[in-house]
Design a binder for this molecule. Structure first.
Ligand SMILES: Nc1ncnc2c1ncn2[C@@H]1O[C@H](COP(=O)(O)OP(=O)(O)OP(=O)(O)O)[C@@H](O)[C@H]1O
Ligand SMILES: [Mg+2]
Length: 268
């Protein structure tokens, strides 16, 4: 792997000085990579993205151990606007868009703090090139958009910050698979055309493993498995827990999976 753009080392994140959400997380992201972070509810995926973007402070969380380096500089517990300016943009899990503003207004908000007027028109043209649908809907109130359009707007808003590293939290949430697949392919195209680096967080392993170069699986705030997409897709635990494929080809219930996990060490 080339020199990482982002490196997270033994990271611990604690909410409200009481709830430890991440423990000893280490990962690296090389320039141009799409890295996936997988895991079930409460594994710590969103916390990780929030800590990298600096938005964890909003929820009264702190990095209490370990480091986050972006392009060699320490950024843990940094101000979110500084991290944005350094080139990190987050598409959050919730509150993705301003529902009372139009599409065009939504796109002008991020730039107000991170660029000039010329930057804004250049980036807006780029965004409408990648998401022509948003161009058609530019005067529409964001609250009236469909789920897929709203997700596109959230990604477009993040792109308006001119990021080097794009963090995308649960793209697939509440969307039809065909729309998710379209937007994922769009991300791959954007990565290529803009030379971006990405971390995508997904509960749906099938969605993530279709596009990522490398993935990390989180459980209870720790990395329990990592590898390139092929290794993860073929890994029996991933097939069993996340792709819902047992060796016999049937689907397992979550409860069966839990039972299976209790009886078997997860660490390979
Ligand atoms: N604002 C908060 N205050 C306190 N604890 C929190 C807060 N947000 C998350 N946590 C806790 O931190 C842990 C990790 O949560 P996180 O939201 O990062 O998980 P996740 O992997 O993104 O889950 P999901 O797939 O449901 O989005 C959980 O135990 C959760 O209860
Ligand atoms: Mg989450």
């Amino acid at each position: 792997m080339s020199e990482p753009m982002l490196s997270v080392d033994k990271l611990e994140v604690v909410y409200q000085r009481a709830i430890t959400a991440l423990q000893g997380i280490s990962l690296g992201v090389a320039p141009g990579q799409i890295v996936g972070v997988l895991g079930t509810n409460g594994a710590g995926k969103s916390t990780l993205l929030r800590a990298i973007s600096g938005f964890h402070g909003v929820d009264d969380a702190r990095v209490t151990e370990g480091t986050i380096r972006f392009e060699g500089r320490r950024i843990e517990n940094g101000e979110p606007h500084r991290n944005t300016r350094a080139g990190i943009a987050l598409v959050p899990e919730r509150d993705k868009v301003f529902p009372n503003l139009t599409v065009a207004e939504n796109l002008s908000v991020p730039v107000a703090s991170s660029g000039s007027r010329a930057d804004m028109s250049r980036r807006q043209a780029l965004v409408f090139h990648h998401f022509p649908r948003l161009g058609d809907l530019r005067a529409r109130t964001a609250g009236l958009l469909s789920g897929g359009e709203r997700q596109m707007l959230a990604i477009a808003g993040a792109l308006m910050c001119g990021p080097k590293l794009l963090l995308v939290d649960e793209l697939s949430l509440g969307l039809a698979p065909v729309i998710v697949s379209d937007i994922m392919q769009k991300l791959v195209q954007i990565r290529r055309e803009l030379s971006l680096t990405m971390i995508v967080v997904e509960q749906s392993a099938a969605v993530a493993l279709a596009v990522v170069d490398y993935g990390y699986v989180l459980e209870n705030g720790r990395v329990v498995l990592d590898g390139d997409a092929t290794r993860l897709r073929d890994h029996p635990d991933i097939r069993e827990f996340y792709l819902g494929q047992s060796s016999a080809g049937g689907r397992r219930s979550y409860r069966t999976v839990k039972q299976y996990r209790r009886n078997r060490r997860w660490y390979g």
